[in-house]
Design a protein around this ligand. Sequence first.
Ligand code: PLP
Length: 390
Amino acid sequence: MQDKQIEKLIKEEKERQKKVINLIASENYVSQDVLDALGSELNNKYAEGYSALRYYGGNEVVDKVENLCKERALKAFHLDPKKWAVNVQPLSGSPANLAVYLALVPLGEKIMGMSLPHGGHLTHGQKVSMTGKCWQPVSYGVAEDTETLDYRALKELAKKEMPKIVVCGYTAYPRVVDFKKMRAVADVAKAYLMVDMSHFAGLVAGEVYPSPFEYADVVTSTTHKTLRGPRAAIIFSKIDDRDLPKKIDKAVFPGLQGGPHLNQIAGVAVALGEAMKPAFKKYAKQVVLNTQALADELSKLGWRIVSGGTDSHLCLVDTWMNGAGIGGKEASDRLEKNGIIVNKNTIPFDARTPVDPSGIRIGMAAETTRGAKEKQARDIARNIDSILRK
Ligand SMILES: *Cc1c(COP(=O)(O)O)cnc(C)c1O
């Protein structure tokens, strides 16, 4: 690299990533192939529009890139191209979700999503996000006793509020979502069901988490979390007489974005290709086993695990335990000083503040990529315990 300053910073970050134990549930380590695609000449091409419908010339190669990516996206999730369409142009998860609302929900209408402190995402209608300013949020949470979804309560809420879209799939929810029941919730309001599988997409591709496609109208996903690809997002939509794919394509471009990032799309294609290999299934399975081992060990050491455990790649640890433990901020700071990176996180019905909440969120997707097995997961748990107790 000619730019020595940036070269040095990249090297420093590479070394930091090697040195730490990374338990951030939304991060992962991508393959060299994904990095090569991102750093390729595809970056130089402008291609506003869609394959064979572009506003610039010179698209014979990038059309093939985008088409291949779409083909692989459908294949990776076992979708029939006659029944499902996919848009691979969203620059990231937040614009993908925004595009869906823009396509399907008239401005000012209601979006029903989980509140942030209970594990929802900003773009599920939080007031600080565009999605909560342009649309009316109808907020739900988990039940206080089980810390899991109460589908009957959700149905009542949907009946009362009549949202236009019901959003499920979260950032800090360790359990599986019952998509069939969520479909019934949406049906009460004759609403669309959108599943945001950003966090667990890799687990769906690896067949260790239920697939939402039987029940959803629209499925959005980032590609950089458990799916282990570049930072980007994809939107799947059902093909029927409602014309969802066309509406979503128009919302992505020209509704929200300009030209697609073709280097990114190539990277997504690479990641999807990898996700279809048998090794990825093994990976996904190991991610869940590792996270369960870590949660189990922490629980044995006396820490309270929200909802009592996990079915996925992440768990929430109540480090505060009503004053018996330490706050989430202190926990995360202490761990970072000892080379373990997590994020502080609210727990359901948190009595503390988001800047210093009661817990931390821990995920094993990144460390599993680096080869961790259950034994390492338990070692990490013991390590965490000794750091937090000191
Ligand atoms: C990460 C995430 C997003 C947003 O992704 P960005 O790429 O950060 O914009 C959206 N929804 C959920 C559920 C997420 O976990």
